[in-house]
Write a protein that binds this ligand. Sequence first.
Ligand code: CIR
Length: 256
Amino acid sequence: MLSNAIVRKPGSNFADGLTTVSLGVPINSRVLEQHARYCEALKACGLALTTLDADLNHPDSTFVEDTAILTPRGAVLTRPGAPSREAEVDAIRPTILGFYPSPLTIESPGTVDGGDICEAEDHFFLGLSQRTNEDGARQLADHLADMGYTSSTIDVRPMTSILHLKSGLSYIGENTVVVMEEMAGLAQIQSYDLIRVAATETYAANCVRVNDRVLVAAGFPDLTAALIARGFNPLLLDMSEFQKMDGGLSCLSLRL
Ligand code: CIR
């Protein structure tokens, strides 16, 4: 069971962050409203929230997931692959120290974004992307091995429609992986029950199991129906403003 989540309020300059999509400029009032609903959803799932103030030095810093890997056995502070996001780790370190007294680190030239790291029980999938490089993945794999976890890499660099591994693949418990069509043939995931997400709903492949619910982006009816058909309990959230900045549901929180 998860009991805590760390979130950071979006700043007034959220729209100055990085993005690769052309979906328009996020509207600040809606960003704040959608973030507030997201926080309410985490609380409804039974989590206690640690809410950090907006950090105007880092417009992308509401995407806290990219700064750390939190597991039941230990934590790793990342080294984000985008130079504009590197110092977000310094800003979140004191908060992580409140939960994990001695987090491990990723050192240069390694880079890791938390959005590339997918935990599936005792195994971790490590995405190699524009943000997570081979050196970073190797360092993280060593840290995870020391904690008793196995890991394997998935190269998402050829998949230009996604930023991170978890933009296209999510583990939601019960041996089930939600996966975008383009990744569904991966040998490494064939032992899981797969819920395949049609190309028209790829954005929704980033969903998050939180205790007995699965947070899912609203507006993707086929995936919602597929989750219900498999016995999951989806909780729908409007994510339109975060989608404009390449952000998904998982990246808005660190859960532990
Ligand atoms: C970025 O490009 O870094 C942010 N605009 C979006 C990060 C999304 N993070 C995630 O999916 N874990």
